[in-house]
Write a protein that binds this ligand. Sequence first.
Ligand code: GLY
Length: 326
Amino acid sequence: MSTRRGFLKKSALFSSIAGTLGISSKAFSSNLILKKSNQPIVISTWQHGIPANSAAWEILSKGGKAIDAVEQGVKVPEGDPNVRSVGYGGYPDKDGRVTLDACIMDENQQAGSVGCIEYIKHPISVARLVMDKTPHVMLVGVGALEFALNQGFSKENLLTPQTLKEWEAMQEEFKKKKSIINIENHDTIGMLAIDKNGDLSGSCTTSGLANKLHGRVGDSPIIGAGLFVDNEVGGACATGVGEEVIKQAGCAMVVELMRNGADPEAACKEIVNRINRTNNNSRDFQVGFLALRKDGLFGAFSLVKGFNYAVYDEKGNNMIDSPYYV
Ligand code: GLY
């Protein structure tokens, strides 16, 4: 039975969570109603977000849907052989095989995903078709490849001669460390957009950690880990070491914190904080979250210095450095 003492206990708990997040306890409400943004906006991780945002903006500025914008946007780094962490030209796994992960989520909370897919340059478009044309959310490995080929995608060699040369040269580094922050600093592209109708969608695509074990799947194709969108509240995407993001259900948690009143940066910071605590304050890897709220407010937070993101809104297409743990 609910008592005054129980109520006071709950209030104290909310105040303490609010204090951790740096927000007023008044902001906590399960009935949080956010005004939808009237202005289109697209945000995405890392420097490769700039050309990706431009492609997405082409669609958003003409009144197109956020789901189309986030698909077309991330196809730019997927097709760019100079981006070593996404699609064509991405670093291979330990066996020298390029395996890709991607997912997409729309304003109706529909989702599609592919994990460990080989030979397909645009896994994000395969993920879109999993969402649009199958009763499933996720296809992996050979099954994902067969589905893609049946849908008319072509099989291509994704390992460029330049990437192979670099990967061979890095083998000594790989032996020394669990992970290489400089490589992770050019990680996954995650993208979130709001269209003129005020609807939200998101996408995420990567070749994953360089030199991973064959068959490893990171956070990027896992709905709730590398990406999550709730059209009533907002969306979040993640970058960095996927295992850490998966263990916290990272992006679902960021969105849930926003639902409970945290602003996007505070929500991202709280999940980075949890990852930090469970790793004994280690700073030898990177994770970062980027979040966009229904009303257009955005924010990010990363574990170590170096994460940045691109924002395209009415002010143009600009890079912003993420705050990080010191
Ligand atoms: N965040 C990308 C990965 O860990 O695969």
